[in-house]
Design a binder for this molecule. Structure first.
Ligand SMILES: [Zn+2]
Length: 285
């Protein structure tokens, strides 16, 4: 993907890509117990109030870009009576890792109940999980498409996490292994510090399935895992931590951790064999 093509892609209207486009046909009975109402019916039934126009409190500067960025316009939400402000390109492509931590008080905007937004199209490990609204909408599209293409029920394990919670996960690892994370590029980690997790940025979701409910590499060998690998990019998600990039990401292979970057970048990255650090470095100067 050269710069020209990438920026051309970026010039596409956000409004053109954000409306939900999946039109579901009649559901069959392949997956008993998983009743996903047709999209229009679902939206009539679900009432989620995003908090539109809550501008990020932090200026997102982690992704270098010399090109003018698109100023998003409010988009009509599929939920009646609401509209939301799409994530900016800078927000979607924000690099969060050991070397690019989040500000301590960073909280992503437009966090909503994952149960209300996704509860009818997937299983949830935690009923009280929060998810960033646009990320959840794209994930909703993904699950409906997967179902239409014969997949079983997916399971969302962790969408947004607070930095406090993430820090508790990190601290417990460090207490068990005092050298944990000291040299992640040689000894990659499985848990990030509280300020270096994409979950805390609202951009990552851990996904497995009801048939394979644990987060491990074997998920990638299941039908749902394979489908996710082959199709997540259509909905704006990338696999953030490939097995052959641990020396760059500092994180072990995690085929369950998908990261929202927006459809343009996900499509561009798909098949590039580059991780986000490399892609941003190669393509964004
Ligand atoms: Zn994760």
């Amino acid at each position: 993907m050269n710069r020209q093509l990438l920026f051309c892609a970026l010039g596409l209207s956000f409004a053109a890509i954000l409306p939900l486009c999946a039109c579901r046909g009649e559901l069959d009975e392949r997956h008993s117990g998983m009743e996903i109402p047709a999209q229009s019916e679902a939206f009539e039934d679900v009432s989620v109030t995003a908090q539109p126009y809550a501008a990020p409190t932090e200026v997102v500067t982690s992704v270098p870009s010399a090109e003018p960025t698109v100023t998003p316009e409010p988009s009509p939400s599929p939920f009646p009576g609401t509209e939301y402000m799409p994530l900016t390109y800078e927000e979607k492509t924000r690099l969060v890792n050991f070397d690019n931590p989040l500000p301590e008080d960073y909280v992503p905007r437009d966090l909503v109940s994952a149960k209300e937004l996704l509860g009818d199209v997937c299983a949830l490990r935690k009923e009280d999980s929060l998810i960033q609204y646009e990320v959840g909408l794209r994930l909703r599209e993904l699950f409906i498409a997967a179902y239409d293409e014969g997949m079983g029920e997916y399971r969302v394990c962790d969408p947004y996490r607070t930095q406090e919670y993430q820090a508790s996960l990190w601290d417990s690892r460090v207490s068990m292994y005092p050298d944990y994370g000291k040299n992640p590029y040689e000894e990659p980690v499985g848990v990030m510090p509280g300020n270096a997790s994409e979950h805390c940025a609202g951009l990552a979701v851990d996904v497995c399935s009801t048939a394979h409910p644990s987060l491990d590499v074997d998920f990638s060998s299941t039908a749902e895992g394979k489908w996710l690998i082959e199709n997540a990019h259509r909905f704006g998600f990338i696999f953030r931590y490939p097995a052959d990039k641990t020396h760059i990401t500092g994180v072990k292979c995690e085929p369950w951790h998908i990261r929202y970057v927006g459809i343009e970048l996900a499509e561009a990255m798909y098949g590039s064999e580059l991780c986000l650090e490399e892609f941003i470095g190669v393509n964004m100067g």
